[in-house]
Structures are given as structure tokens and as C-alpha cells.
Design a binder for this molecule. Sequence first.
Ligand code: FE2
Ligand code: FE2
Length: 298
Amino acid sequence: MRDEVDKVIKRIHELPTLPLVYKRVSDLLRNPYTSASDVAAVISEDQVITTKLLRLVNSAHYGFSEKVETITRAVSLVGMQAVKDLVLATSVMDLFHNNDEPGAWTVVEFWRHSLAVAVASSCIAEAVEDPHVEEYFVAGLIHDIGKIVWIEYFPDEFKDVLDIADSNRLPCIEAEKQRLGFTHVRAGRLLAKRWKLPERLIETIAWHHDPRLADKHPRFPALVHVADVIANAMHLGKSGNGCVPPLAPEAMEICGLSPSDVPHLLPKIHDAYQDSILMLSFWDASEKQEIEGDLSTV
Ligand SMILES: [Fe+2]
Ligand SMILES: [Fe+2]
């Protein structure tokens, strides 16, 4: 098992780094005098990110009445911090979308689950009147990023993990402990640190299964934890779990959500998921049709 752990750590250091544009935007935002047009100028140099960002901002998720044609307009409408997070989201999704896939569990399923947790996180953030709705969206989107390490480098072992989880009705994380001796939250934390992500995202990735352990930004992992349980219970996408993962009792309290709020949230999450799923820009036309077909059964 020790050999496997060493192998995982070594492989994480071989994973791609984030595009330069993310680092440049992050650096700009550390300067309080940075303007929206400074940020827009840097993003506009990257044509791929520009196109995807505009597609994202024009999606139903935002619901702007006018078409957003320029990055400068997008930055002024969405805000600099939120745009930085969206650059991160599109960059991460771009890095991992067409790899070998273990068994029936596909990268598309993985991103569907991630998107479901993202929309559930933003719906919960709205319900508890937290002003950082977009930051929660991105935190939800990348919370399970450690599983990408399994898909990228350990597809056979991960297939075993999925089989163990499925046949024993276990959460994926428990099956990972049995088969790999290393969990996706540990792998994700290493990856997030290597990418120098903001601390709130590192804590989300590291503690979304055990939010009590977060010490700097406990609301992020707690809220994403609740969103993850809801997305699993609603069967939106597949996260590799053989059961709905248990809800940590303190998570609701940390994020300020009352149990009586949950029934009102479910239809909102369902609708937001339907509105958002087509915004994932990496699918080809046939996958898009397949997803549109699936939506009629959600
Ligand atoms: Fe997870
Ligand atoms: Fe998850």
C-alpha cells in the first residue's frame, strides 16, 4: 500500500499546471488598483478562455436579459473575483475532459455530478443569503477534483474502487481507503496546493466529507458537503458513490441552513441543473444531444 501512496504523490506532480491566464488574473486581483478593464485585457489575450467565458456568462445560469458581447462587459456584470473563479472553472474543465474512462463511469458523468454540486451550492448560498454565490458555485464544481487523478493515472484501480463502492453500497471515499489507501480529498488537496488555489477552495476540496476539520473557511466545505449529499440523493450525475453519503450533522449548522429549508431548495436545484448543464462547453454535438435526451428523464 505504501508503494501505491508514493505512486499517487509522484503522479500528482506530473499533472498539468493551470493556464498562465489564471495566474495572471490572480496576480492582478492582489493589487487593489486593478480595474475591470485590466482583467479583461489579460483574459482577452486567451481566445479559448474568452470564448468559453462569454458562453458561460450568456448561459441561463446568469439570466442576463442582454447578450454579453465582450469580456469587459462580462467582468463589469459578474465582478472581477467571480470572473477569476470562472477562468479557473473553464481551465480545469479544459484540462480534463477526454481521458481514458474506467468502466461505465465517464468523465462526462463526473462533470455532471460536479455541476450538480455547483448549482446546489449556489442555491444554498442564496438561501442562506451569503453574498459569495459564484464562489460557492466554483467550489462545488471542483470539490471532487481529486478523482481526476484516479481517472488520469489509475483507471484500473479506480474501476476496482467503483466496483467495491457499488457492491458494498459504500461511499466512494471508503472504497478508496480500502483499495488505494489514499482518498480523492487527499489527492485533490495536493493538486490544489500545487495549483496554488485560494485557501477556501483548498479547504473545500480537502474537507467536503468532514467539514469539522476546516479551520479557516469552514462554511465553504460545510455548504459544499450539504450540496454534495443533496446532488447524490437527487441522482444528478454520478460521483462513484455506492450509496448517498451520510450527512455530517454539524454541516447544516455551520452553513446556516435549517432542515425545513431543504424541501424548498430541491425544485430550485433541479431547475438550475437543467438550465446549467448545457453550458459545459467541452461536449461534442452527440454528447450534447444525449444530455438533452437525459434531461427529459431527470
Ligand atoms: Fe468527494
Ligand atoms: Fe462529490
